[in-house]
Design a protein around this ligand. Structure first.
Ligand SMILES: [Zn+2]
Length: 332
């Protein structure tokens, strides 16, 4: 389900809506900015506005109801969403040209007539995960897009995309949200004041943890890293760090999140040692205990960066995680 109340980015959205209303919005847009700040939601809002009978994304008319299904379908009357899939988390050629997502593939879908007074909108999530051949086919379409079709490519890693695709698109940059802006969106989504400290500290101005399950997982991961650093056995403590097989995110992306949380903890330990207060609210006592321990921050951080670098190409990425966890353990 898509809820336009949970957005932020007020100024940037208004600019986009004004340009869309004036017919001055480009045919291929590249939404860039940090992961989890709501770029995809802004693209959904554009689509919902067009389908809305009142053109406001009112949330209650027949057009808007299409966006209220939970989970949101990949295909709506004026919108097709393409996202990375599978263990490797790639957008494969079957999604672009084959029948993997929609019959006939993205290319045929994009060429159909749109609903009255709408565009066809193709939303490509995590566009840096376009597999080489898929990117090349997409590029051909972007060079000559069908009339009334708009492509929105969303990514937090534009540098990892084909330069020829980037140069076809108009880049729309998004800034991170202010922490309190992110929290006010969380409150609208039902988060309660008791979670404010940890939620805000973990989220760092993003909406990554709007979903309760994602948040609970991150909290469990912080606890797991802290337990490992205090000497817990890998098999007893590491379960929350290992990728889930049937999760939406690819396994590599799941491991990336876990490793990035460890980097966060390590930098907090270094801060505390330097005499600063811990910024990771809710874990202060643990961080102080780690700062007082013999934990060697730099070598573990170096190894973690190394693991992150190898993540994309490593078929047994969980072994990298185990290596990092072992380095973290206190020396007997
Ligand atoms: Zn509506």
């Amino acid at each position: 389900m898509f809820d336009p109340a949970l957005l932020g980015h007020t100024a940037q959205r208004q600019r986009l809506l004004d340009r869309a209303a004036a017919g001055k919005l480009g045919r291929t847009l590249l939404f860039t900015g940090p992961d989890g700040i709501g770029k995809r939601r802004v693209a959904l809002e554009l689509a919902m506005r067009e389908l809305c009978f009142r053109r406001t994304a009112c949330g209650s008319c027949g057009g808007c109801l299409a966006f209220k299904s939970d989970p949101l379908p990949v295909e709506l009357p004026n919108l097709l969403r393409i996202a990375p899939e599978g263990k490797a988390g790639l957008i494969r050629i079957g999604a672009i040209r084959g029948d993997d997502v929609v019959e006939g593939g993205v290319i045929s879908w994009a060429a159909l007539a749109p609903p009255p007074a709408c565009h066809r909108l193709v939303l490509i999530e995590d566009a840096h995960r376009l597999h080489g051949p898929s990117a090349n086919i997409l590029l051909k379409v972007l060079e000559e897009p069908p009339p009334f079709t708009r492509f929105i490519l969303v990514t937090h890693r534009p540098e990892a995309m084909l330069q020829t695709i980037r140069s076809r698109a108009e880049r729309i940059p998004f800034a991170p949200l202010a922490p309190e802006e992110a929290w006010s969106i969380a409150e609208k989504a039902g988060w309660e004041a008791k979670d404010h400290g940890r939620w805000t500290a973990l989220s760092e101005g993003t909406l990554r943890f709007l979903d309760e399950g994602d948040y609970a997982r991150a909290v469990a991961q912080v606890a797991a890293w802290i337990a490992l650093a205090k000497g817990a056995a890998f098999r007893e403590a590491a379960a929350p760090l290992l990728p889930e097989k049937d999760a939406v995110l690819g396994q590599g992306e799941q491991l990336r999140q876990a490793l990035e949380l460890l980097l966060r903890i390590l930098s907090e330990v270094a801060r505390v040692r330097a005499g600063a207060p811990a910024a990771l609210a809710g874990w202060e006592a643990d961080l102080r205990a780690l700062a007082a321990s013999g934990l060697a921050v730099k070598p573990v951080a170096d190894l973690t960066f190394e693991a992150l670098r190898h993540l994309a190409r490593n078929p047994q990425a969980d072994l990298l995680l185990r290596e990092v966890a072992l380095a973290l353990r206190p020396v007997a």
